[in-house]
Write a protein that binds this ligand. Structure first.
Ligand code: C2E
Ligand code: CA
Ligand code: CA
Ligand code: CA
Length: 277
């Protein structure tokens, strides 16, 4: 029978007007979640495809709800974006990630990737807030890669581009997430101060079975390299995909075959074991 979380969750319906009771309840619960320590930082390893070494991890938030259990981000991030709450959420994720960095860096990890939303990119306060967190936690900006989707940039290309330049100048690495599902023009792409193209997992998942997907991935890796970007694959679900990515010259990989997202403390144990420590 249907027993999914959505049965209990006040599932967000973008059709609700901002003042509706359900919207207000979910928003106040989400606000409460930060103070009540209900948010959890999960990390998913990224490895260097050529050397098999751990190079980074992506921060992925979860909500440990007292009665609804572990709520995945797909059930509250869109809501947080529409209400603007995502800006607080991003700062929480960023600070938690900064807190974890030193211990993971000692185990060989270079950087933690953090997801930004459109709202973040249009928030003029973001760079100073990040800077305050970096100082508080004693972590350099170079410890972070900020992941931005094509659509977040294309919503307001001029303002987003100015923000990307500010963040890059501050030392952050930038990544275009879910690359390939949008329609960023190549002439626009080359103007972005980006370090990495993260190929959308829909193209990666079947490259061991679908020749057209393999062709798309090959040309995307070539495009990334010709623009001076790293190519990263996510959604690596089996060993055959990883072997193919190595042949195609993909730089970094992430996916269930390597490791699932895990609580930050487990990530350190995973890194230690992988390094043979
Ligand atoms: P995303 O940024 O594209 O993150 C990758 C998603 O793919 C994650 O789902 C991850 O768990 C999943 N994934 C990784 N490897 C595999 C694989 O091999 N196979 C499959 N099927 N899935 C894989 P998750 O954690 O549920 O996050 C979903 C989305 O929620 C993220 O997509 C991102 O858009 C958003 N999100 C998560 N955490 C944050 C956050 O802290 N801030 C913001 N703004 N958005 C977040
Ligand atoms: Ca991402
Ligand atoms: Ca992605
Ligand atoms: Ca996505």
């Amino acid at each position: 029978a249907k027993r999914g979380k959505s049965a209990h969750m006040a599932v967000y319906d973008p059709g609700f007007d901002a003042g509706s009771q359900k919207t207000l309840t979910l928003l106040s619960e989400l606000r409460h979640a930060i103070g009540a320590h209900e948010l959890r930082l999960f990390l998913q390893p990224k490895i260097d495809v050529a050397t098999d070494m751990l190079v980074g991890a992506e921060a992925l938030v979860r909500w440990q709800h007292p009665t609804r259990g572990m709520v995945p981000p797909g059930q509250f991030i869109p809501f947080a974006e529409d209400t603007g709450f995502v800006r607080q959420l991003t700062l929480w994720v960023f600070e938690e990630a900064a807190r974890q960095w030193a211990a993971l860096h000692a185990l060989g990890l270079h950087r933690i990737s953090v997801n930004l939303s459109t709202r973040d990119l249009l928030d003029p306060e973001l760079p100073t807030r990040f800077d305050a967190i970096l100082r508080r936690q004693g972590v350099p900006a170079t410890a972070f890669c900020l992941e931005i989707t094509e659509s977040a940039v294309m919503n307001e290309p001029k303002r987003a581009l100015a923000m990307l330049h500010t963040l890059a100048a501050a030392g952050f690495e930038l990544s275009i997430d879910d690359y390939g599902e949008g329609q960023t023009s190549l002439s626009y792409l080359k103007t972005l101060p980006v370090h990495e193209l993260k190929i959308d997992q829909i193209f990666i998942k079947q490259i061991d079975r679908d020749e057209k997907d393999a062709t798309i991935v090959r040309s995307t890796i070539g495009l990334a390299h010709s623009l001076g970007f790293r190519a990263v694959a996510e959604g690596v679900e089996n060993a055959a995909i990883l072997v193919l990515l190595r042949e195609l010259g993909c730089d970094e990989a992430q996916g269930y075959h390597l490791a699932r997202p895990m609580p930050a403390a487990e990530m350190a144990a995973w890194a230690r074991q992988r390094a043979g420590l």
